[in-house]
Design a protein around this ligand. Structure first.
Ligand code: ATP
Ligand code: MG
Length: 543
C-alpha cells in the first residue's frame, strides 16, 4: 500500500515487520462542546486511515472531566460525524472503563508504582521543578503499599474533600520530561457525571485514562495532536506498567489552524454564551454544525482535509484555500438561479405584453442538468450596480445608449434614464433586440457585457445575507480573540428573486449568477438567501 503521509509510512513498516497486524484507530472528542473544522481533520485522518487499511475506527468519548461535559454535546458530536458520512465501529466512553481504570491504579499501588499524596495542587506544581531544574520528591512518596491502598480506597469512598488527596504515579522527579515527574493520575472531585451520575468522587486524569482506554478498545494507533508529544513517554509508561495485554502506540500530527478562524472550543463557547453569534450552529461559526447550516457540503470539507494532508509541524492554512474547495464542489453540483440584490426597475418599451418563456441553463458544468423555463416580460429588475450614469472606461455593463445582454434572454439597449429628485437613478427605459434571443442570435450586434435580471411580473421579495469572517485578519493574531472580533460580519440586502427559488426545497444550494453560492432558508413567510461562499476565488495556487 502506498503511504500518503508519515503515519501511513509508520503503519506500513509495522505491518511489514509484523509489529502490528491491522489498524484500529479512534476519534476521541471530549464532549464539552461542538466539533469544529480542526476536528474534521482528525476525523478524516482516523476514519480514513482505518478505511485504507481495512481496519476499524471507534468513536471514543473522553469524558474524564465531568464538570464540563454534557449529553447534548455527545448527541451533537454523533450527528456531526454522521453528516460527514463516517461510520464508527463501536462507541465507547472513558466512563465505561472507570472500574477497570481504577483496578489498574490499584495494581500500580500494589507494585509500588503509585502513591497517595497529600500535597495541595499548588504545592505539587511548585515542587515540580523546571526544564532546567529537577523536581523535589513529595514527603508522602514513601508511604507503604498498605497505607496507599487504604488511603486510595478511602479516596474512592468519599472520605476526603476535593483536592485533599491525589494519587500519583511514582516515576522520576528528576526526569528531563516534566510529565514524568510523579504525575497525578487520580483526583478527588465531587461532580455529577453525565453518565455515571454520582457513583464516583474520584476521576482518573487524561494521561492515565487515555492509554488504558485505547488498550481496552484494541486501538493500535492512537493519533493525537502535537501538544501531546511530551506526554508520549507517560503514555508508554502507563501501557508498560499497568499490565495491559494490548499495547497501543501514540503518534502525533499537526493541528489544523486556519486564518481568520479560531478553533478552541473554549472560545467558541464564549461566543455562544456572550450572544455574539446565534448559537453553535450560526453560519459564521467554524463548527461542523455551523458549516452545515451555512450550506458547506460535507464532501467539500473532506476534500479540503485530504488536500492539506498530514504533517509533523504546525502551520496555518489560508481560509481562502478552504473556500476554494467549497466553490469547487458547488460549481460542479449546484443549480444556477438569478436574484437581484439592489433592484433597479427596467421597462422594455418594445417588448410584447404578457410573459414570454426563456430557456435557462440549470448548470452549464453539468451536461445532464438540462434547462428550465424562466419568464420574461416588459418589466424586469437588474442590479443598480449594473448600470452607470457616468461609466468609467471599459465599462461593459449598461449605460445610456449602450447595449448589454440579459443572461439567457435578449440584448437590450438603454434609451432613457428616469432620475429621482436627488439625481439618483429611478428607472431605465430600454428596448430589446428581437433577433438577439440567446441560442438563436441573428442580430449581429456584439456586446461584451452579460448581466442577470429577474422578471418584475413574478419576482419574489427576498432577504439576502452575506457574511464576513467572525475574526479579523492575521495582523491581529497574538492579540486576545475578543480584540480580533469582527462585529460587522452580517450584511443584509433586500432583493428580488425568480419565483423558482421560493418553490424549491428548503436548504437547497444555488449559484446565484454573478453573485455567489447561496442556500435557501425560509423564516416565517420570508425567503432568505444565505451566502455560502462568494464567487471570487481568493486562493492563489502558486503563492
Ligand atoms: P479544543 O482545543 O478545540 O477544545 P481539543 O483538542 O481539546 O480541542 P478534543 O475534543 O479533545 O478537542 O479533540 C478530539 C480530537 O480532535 C483530538 O484527537 C484532537 O487532537 C483533535 N483535534 C482537535 N482540534 C484539532 C485541530 N485544530 N486540528 C487537528 N485535530 C484536532
Ligand atoms: Mg481536549
Amino acid at each position: 500500500m502506498e503511504a500518503n503521509n508519515f503515519i501511513e509510512e509508520i503503519i506500513n513498516t509495522e505491518l511489514g515487520e509484523g509489529v502490528c497486524e491491522g489498524v484500529h484507530t479512534r476519534f476521541p472528542p471530549e464532549p464539552n462542546g461542538y466539533l469544529h473544522i480542526g476536528h474534521a481533520k482528525s476525523l478524516c485522518l482516523n476514519f480514513g486511515t482505518a478505511k485504507k487499511y481495512d481496519g476499524l475506527c471507534n468513536l471514543f468519548f473522553d469524558d474524564t472531566n465531568p464538570s464540563k461535559e454534557k449529553t447534548e454535546y455527545v448527541e451533537a458530536i454523533k450527528a456531526d460525524i454522521e453528516w460527514l458520512g463516517f461510520k464508527w465501529h463501536e462507541v465507547h466512553y472513558a466512563s465505561d472503563f472507570f472500574d477497570e481504570i481504577y483496578e489498574r491504579a490499584v495494581k500500580l499501588i500494589k507494585d509500588g508504582k503509585a502513591f497517595v499524596c497529600d500535597l495541595k495542587a499548588d504545592e505539587i506544581s511548585a515542587m515540580r521543578g523546571t526544564l532546567t531544574e529537577p523536581g523535589k520528591e513529595s514527603p508522602y512518596r514513601n508511604r507503604s503499599i498498605e497505607e496507599n491502598l487504604k488511603l486510595f480506597t478511602e479516596m474512592k469512598d468519599g472520605k476526603y474533600a476535593d483536592g485533599e488527596k491525589v494519587l500519583r504515579a511514582k516515576i522520576d522527579m528528576s526526569s528531563p520530561n516534566i510529565n514524568m515527574r510523579d504525575p497525578v493520575i487520580y483526583r478527588v472531585l465531587r461532580a455529577h457525571h453525565h453518565r455515571t451520575g454520582d457513583k464516583w468522587c474520584i476521576y482518573p486524569m487524561y494521561d492515565f485514562a487515555h492509554p488504558l482506554c485505547d488498550s481496552m478498545q484494541g486501538v493500535t494507533h492512537s493519533l493525537c495532536t502535537l501538544e501531546f508529544e511530551d506526554h508520549r513517554p507517560l503514555y508508554n509508561w502507563v501501557v508498560e506498567n499497568t499490565g495491559v495485554a494490548h499495547k497501543p502506540r501514540q503518534i502525533e500530527f499537526a493541528r489544523l489552524n486556519i486564518t481568520n478562524t479560531v478553533m478552541s472550543k473554549r472560545y467558541l463557547k464564549k461566543l455562544v454564551e456572550d450572544g455574539a453569534v446565534r448559537g453553535w450552529d450560526d453560519p459564521r461559526m467554524p463548527t461542523l454544525t455551523g458549516l452545515r447550516s451555512r450550506g458547506v457540503p460535507a464532501e467539500a470539507l473532506k476534500n479540503f482535509c485530504e488536500a492539506i494532508g498530514i504533517a509533523k509541524a504546525n502551520s496555518e492554512i489560508e481560509i481562502t484555500y478552504f473556500e476554494h474547495f467549497i466553490r469547487d464542489y458547488l460549481n460542479a453540483h449546484a443549480e444556477r438561479a438569478m436574484a437581484v440584490f439592489e433592484p433597479l426597475k427596467v421597462t422594455i418599451s418594445n417588448f410584447p405584453d404578457g410573459n414570454e418563456m426563456e430557456e435557462f441553463d440549470v448548470n452549464p458544468n453539468d451536461e445532464t442538468a438540462g434547462k428550465r423555463q424562466i419568464s420574461m416580460s416588459k418589466h424586469i429588475y437588474i442590479e443598480q450596480e449594473d448600470f452607470a450614469l457616468v461609466p468609467p472606461p471599459k465599462y461593459f455593463r449598461l449605460k445610456k445608449d449602450g447595449y448589454v445582454r440579459l443572461k439567457n434572454a435578449y440584448i437590450i439597449r438603454c434609451d432613457d434614464v428616469i432620475l429621482n429628485e436627488d439625481g439618483s437613478v429611478k428607472e431605465l427605459i430600454c428596448s430589446y433586440v428581437p433577433e438577439s434571443r440567446s441560442g438563436n442570435d441573428t442580430s449581429g450586434i456584439k456586446v461584451k457585457g452579460v448581466i442577470h435580471w429577474v422578471n418584475a411580473d413574478d419576482a419574489v421579495d427576498c432577504e439576502i445575507r452575506k457574511y464576513d469572517y467572525l475574526l479579523k485578519d492575521a495582523e491581529y493574531s497574538g492579540q486576545d480573540f475578543s480584540e480580533r472580533m469582527n462585529y460587522d460580519s452580517v450584511h443584509v440586502y433586500n432583493g428580488k428573486a425568480e419565483p423558482y427559488l421560493s418553490s424549491v426545497q428548503e436548504g437547497t444550494s444555488f449559484q446565484l449568477l454573478r453573485k455567489g453560492y447561496y442556500k435557501k432558508v425560509t423564516e416565517g413567510d420570508k425567503l432568505v438567501l444565505s451566502e455560502i461562499v462568494s464567487l471570487k476565488d481568493g486562493y492563489k495556487p502558486n503563492k
